[in-house]
Structure formats: structure tokens, C-alpha cells
Design a protein around this ligand. Sequence first.
Ligand code: SF4
Ligand code: SF4
Length: 389
Amino acid sequence: MNKSRVAVIKCTSYNDDGVLQSIKKGIELLGGVSQFVKPGEKIVLKPNILLGADPEKCVTTHPAVFKAVGQLFKSAGAIVYYGDSPSFGNAEPNLKKSGLKQVGDELGFILADFDFGRPVSHKDALLVKNFVIANGVLDNDGLVSLPKLKTHGFLRYTGAVKNQFGCVPGFLKGQYHVKLPDPYDFAAMLVDINTLIKPRLYVMDGITAMEGNGPRSGKPKQLNVLLLSTDPIALDATACRIIDLSPEVVPTSKLGEKAGLGTYHVENIEIVGEPLAAFIDKSFNVNRTAPTPVGKSGRAMSFIKNQITQRPLIDKTKCTRCGTCVRMCPVEPKAVDWDKGNKTQPPRHNYDRCIRCYCCQETCPEGAISIVSPWLVRLFARRRPAAKE
Ligand code: SF4
Ligand code: SF4
């Protein structure tokens, strides 16, 4: 069996030229840019913009990474398009907030339509056989994925595979959380999007990653690394090893391997470039426990389940009563809402309705929502003897 190759490249800052040289080196280690594009082809770059934010906050793929990949593909003859569908709102204002639109305008990249899409069927899918995919993806010859390495409440980690969720336009993304509340079903859907779209190359921005309360409200963490691969499962597994997170904890790993998308097994991955050991950060703040399966009956969570499942919690001192969490909650009736319509107080969660999709935590602009363990779990964790190394 051929091993999946992952290029691991040291890059310590977002200096444009440094990033360009590093990504060029990584692409050369994978066979050169001509492996991924023919002159005249339309290639869409798909950064992670989530909700658009200042690049320094590390919520989004850094403009320097976007710029470098675009330049390399353009110089190989590609017509470069770009886009992403944010958690809510249209793509363009969020691309501006992320500093990506400015780079696109400067270099003549074309804004692709990620606000609207059309139906596509996927007969070989693990789980979801019909998608609506953004026109900007379907109208191009190929996609290059530019994920950001971050923590994620629902799936623990977001990277190469998860990045393609932004190819589903607009509010349709929220509906997947309602239809697929189990993290393993949700992960199967993410794998299906990747086997449908088949990005040609994945280039991960791990120069400054996000730890803690990600994917929007965590802390920037310097990892000084760029990861490149054609195998998103191997790339994600390598990123997980860097942050000392077992790839098996991330639901897309095993499902991705099952679907033939790639491999997470270390013996099947060839690291090229720098040795991985130089980047491993055991202090990286990430939840290292596997997500709890919701199961087929999970929509009506039992009392017991509520006592053991993590939950979103609002810090009243940080909440500005903006209402984003209420708007973003995909379940009806809302699982986080104003108490009797009173908008002068923070919204309140109803944990019986809550499906633990963490869209509220992901989108709160103040970082006021964190994911906490219930008191029973905290009590058990305190009493449990420390695990041996
Ligand atoms: S999104 Fe955050 S700041 Fe806004 S109302 Fe909800 S908890 Fe408060
Ligand atoms: S309250 Fe938050 S975690 Fe619960 S269903 Fe709504 S958005 Fe998802």
C-alpha cells in the first residue's frame, strides 16, 4: 500500500515572503504545483472564515497563507477563485473582515458564489446521499482547501476535513446539526462532503493555531507549522499528533478511513520536510476525550444523559445580550432563548431541548459561552486517581 504523504514545514511568522517560500517547498515535496493544476483550469481556494475576524485572532485562515497558495496556482496558469460560506450572513463581508477579500482584490482572484448552491447526489456516500453545494465549488474545475488548525467543541478539533463544511451554503449548514445531532453521524456527513468534492490539495495554516474555547473564542497558540497533503485524514492525524490529541478521538478519522478518504494510522503516513517531533506541543489546550455519541434516540435526552453530557454555559459577566446565540441555535423551539422575551438579561439554555451542537458557543462574538462538564462528571473526575503516563 502506498503511504499518504504529509509535508511538515516550519514557518514562524506570517511574513508574506516567508510563507510563500514555505508553501512552495511543501508543494514541491508533494510533486510540484503542476501535479494539482493545468494551465487554464479554474481553481477555487477555500479558506476557513467561520464568521470573519481580524487575522490576529486566529479564527480564520491567515491572508498570507491564502495569498501564497493563490500566487503559486496563478503562476502555474490557474484562474484563481475563492470563497467560503460563513456560519451566518453572506460570504463577502466576512471575507473582508478576515482580510482575504483585500488580498483577492490585490491579486485579481475572483470571488466565487458561496451564498447559493444547487443539489448534487453522492451515491457512494457513507451517510448523506444528497447535498446542496455552493455554486462557486460546482462551477470550478478543482478546489484547494486552506484549513486553520483549531479546537472545536463538538468534534474536538477542526482542520482539513471539517473545512469543506463551508461548501454548504448559508443556513443549510445549521440544518445538518438538527438532522445529525450525533457527532459520529455529523462526522460521516463531513467525510461525505470531502469524497464528493475531492479537493485536490489541503494546505493547513498551523503557524498560529487556536487552543481552548475554539473555534471562535479560543486563544492563539504559536505552533510554527504548515501542513500540506492530498490526504485530509493523514493531514488531520498529523496535526492531532502535533497537539498531542489522539486522532482516534476525532470522529472523522476512522470514518474517513472507512470511506477511503485517507488514513490516520501512523505507519501508513510518510512525513516529509521537517521531523514531526520538533513541533509537538503537549501543553496545547484541547479536550482529549472522545465526543459522547448521542445515539438514535438522542433527540429526547434523558435526565441521566443531561447529568453526564457536556453543555454550553453562558458567562453572564461577558454576555452583551446581542442575541447571536438565539439566532444561531438550529433547533425549534430554541434551546437557548430570552427568558420570557426579556432581552435585558442573558439568554437561558434549555438543556432538555439542546442537542449539543455548540453552534451558540461557536458563534458568540464575546466568547461568553464555554463548554462545561456537569457537576457529576466533575465530581467523578476529581475522585478518580490520576492516570499513569
Ligand atoms: S451570543 Fe454571546 S454575547 Fe450574544 S447573547 Fe448569546 S451569550 Fe450573550
Ligand atoms: S443551545 Fe447551543 S448547543 Fe444547544 S442546540 Fe442550541 S445552539 Fe446547539
